[in-house]
Design a protein. Structure first.
Length: 281
């Protein structure tokens, strides 16, 4: 796992972006404006250290990738990306990732870019204004994890800890005030100000991932966690078909244009189905 983490760190661009994937043998990969990809490295670093107690991995020197920056209006590019001779510690890679991710919209939530965990939300925030409620919960969790790393690696008096504690307190407040829809948490705010995951919506009234991560991250207020998970069970758990839907109702005919998710038939894959990855070994 250590080598996998270091390889993942090497997929980071000099400017702080992380592409969706990169094939080491050919140096080819796709650079995107996805908002969550880079944060998973910090998440995995924490899990590795928490399991092994090996803080020395933070001192490992790792290169970056270099390539043309995506111009305005272009959301992704498949190209050749080569490693830089310049290297930095894995710790500095994590810091750069977190600083890159502290990009908040008018609701105080992180911007979604051209997608988050749900790749199909490709047009929710690709103009640079849309925000992700789920990403707020995920960022809250990752920052808390990194604070624990920082305490053991640098010390309790770190300015980084003070900064990130202030940010997570603001995130928690915003998630439980502006992102709360009365019976569950909203999913996202689009570039043009529409809300995904609101009880007032014709489509995508409730999305499961916001409810799940309100509990997983610990950012949801106690009462709201129970209410939101009850709503998830009532609206998204389909006992007859044995699935838990990602969202409901699916996108089909409304004026909402969240991205390529709408190209899937209602109830298929991310568009209101249960999207389960299968792996073989």
């Amino acid at each position: 796992m250590r080598n996998q983490i270091l390889k993942a760190a090497a997929r980071q661009f000099e400017e702080g972006d992380v592409q969706h994937w990169w094939h080491e043998e050919t140096n080819r990969g796709i650079r995107t404006r996805f908002s969550d990809d880079l944060l998973w490295l910090v998440y995995c670093v924490y899990e590795y250290i928490n399991f092994t107690g090996d803080y020395s991995i933070l001192d490992e020197q790792v290169s970056y990738l270099k390539g043309e920056i995506l111009p305005v209006g272009i959301d992704e590019r498949y190209d050749v990306y080569t490693k830089t001779h310049y290297k930095e510690s894995l710790y500095n890679h994590c810091i750069k990732i977190l600083e890159k991710s502290l990009d908040f919209g008018k609701n105080g939530l992180p911007k979604i870019g051209s997608g988050d965990w749900n790749d199909g939300f490709s047009e929710v925030g690709n103009k640079g204004r849309g925000e992700s409620v789920w990403l707020g919960f995920f960022l809250y969790d990752v920052l808390n994890k990194f604070i624990e790393i920082e305490r053991n690696y640098v010390g309790d008096n770190s300015d980084t800890i003070k900064k990130y504690i202030e940010i997570i307190n603001g995130l928690k407040k915003g998630l439980n005030l502006t992102a709360w829809d009365g019976r569950w948490y909203r999913r996202a705010y689009t570039d043009d100000g529409n809300i995904l995951g609101s009880i007032n919506n014709e489509e995508c009234r409730i999305d499961s991932i916001s409810q799940s991560w309100a509990t997983i991250s610990g950012a949801g207020d106690n009462d709201k966690r129970f209410i939101s998970m009850e709503s998830l069970e009532n609206h998204l758990v389909d006992n007859e078909n044995g699935i838990i839907k990602l969202l409901d109702p699916p996108f089909e005919k409304s004026n909402l244009e969240p991205g390529y998710i709408k190209a899937y038939m209602p109830g298929v894959r991310e568009n209101g189905g249960q999207y389960t990855h299968e792996y073989c070994c």
